[in-house]
Design a binder for this molecule. Sequence first.
Ligand SMILES: Cc1cc2nc3c(=O)[nH]c(=O)nc-3n(C[C@H](O)[C@H](O)[C@H](O)COP(=O)(O)O)c2cc1C
Length: 389
Amino acid sequence: MRRTHYGGRDYRRAITVEDLRRIARRRLPNFTFEYVEGGAEDEIALKRNRDVFERITWVPRTLAGVGTPELSTEILGETCHLPLIIAPTGFNGMLWPQGDLMLARAAADAGIPFTLSTVSNFPLARMTAEIPKGIWFQLYPFKDPASVEKLVDRAAEAGVSTLVVTTDVPVLGAREWDQRNYRAPMKLSLTSVLDVLGHPGWLKRVMIPRGAPEFDNLKELLPPGAHSALAGVRFMGTQINSKLSWADMEHIRRRWKGKLVLKGILCVEDARRAVETGADGIVLSNHGGRQLDSCVSGVELLPAVSAELGGKLCVLVDGGFRRGGDVVKAMALGAHGVMIGRPALYGLAAGGQQGVSHALGLLRAEMERTLTLLGCRSLGELGRHLVRS
Ligand SMILES: Cc1cc2nc3c(=O)[nH]c(=O)nc-3n(C[C@H](O)[C@H](O)[C@H](O)COP(=O)(O)O)c2cc1C
């Protein structure tokens, strides 16, 4: 028997997220693909995020007469057509021109929220002007309280419904494979430069029209005239808050009147603390395996957190979701919704907005098929009784 994957570059030929990943790999220079793909240190957490799904198995109900199952649900007061949110990811402009906007448009078409990162390449106010509903904003709580207040106030002015505060970056994770592509900050090694030259399509699409994308969201915070990507990276380096604490979250809670989600929670005690702080939701997340290596995966915490706190706050989860069936597993274990990072980015790199829509369509079809085979008419019929883990 001979099995082969599709070896071309047409996103429409992808029948799984993994196919889109392979197309993205071919279309991107190595240093950009590495930025998306890699994890911290030995990438044990990164691998674990995928491995956990193999240990969760189904115990389906047969002859249930399901028809086409219903995938819509409510997340933090918003109706979502799928139980998905596009996770915040920085530097999306390196994958496709106006990458953030392409992701947001595909999310809006699919009826799900999109989260714009603090370190995005597209300004928040322009994003909400283009797409007034379903835009969430992710905040890196910087060292300088004035910058934090400015970003929180700007999110309110832009009409954002939900602020996602990332709690798991008191220091940047060591993404060593990523570092090896550079000889100095933002200066590619010779090998990487030669590899870039072997990707004329990407150069023509991304780099030649505008050069390296800048951190359009941070411009107000950068010194006048210092708006380059390198200046943004340097600023970020000075602003990571190694003393980040619950007191900072309380401060943000007092200032932000909309829905507040804390991203990077990984134990029941911290989830309880999030409730006490007045958070409306949490994301059980290890940052896609990019921060603390050998870290537990968010999915592993779901049963305990949702049993204890599922009625008190919205429990979201992310990390390693590559199949619609993975999403359905999380929903059966008590999640209210799932954030996806890389699957959307693979779609973006493989085919821009249409590529992202394709990725979401594949996940939707897999979710529908899984629910039908489980004997469930809707996400509401899922539960622990269908899972052995
Ligand atoms: C390329 C990339 C950039 C990311 N940038 C951010 C970011 O700016 N802010 C943030 O909170 N999380 C960021 N993350 C983490 C994602 O929000 C999310 O937690 C993770 O990607 C989920 O795992 P998955 O990629 O396996 O779906 C990033 C992840 C990736 C892959």
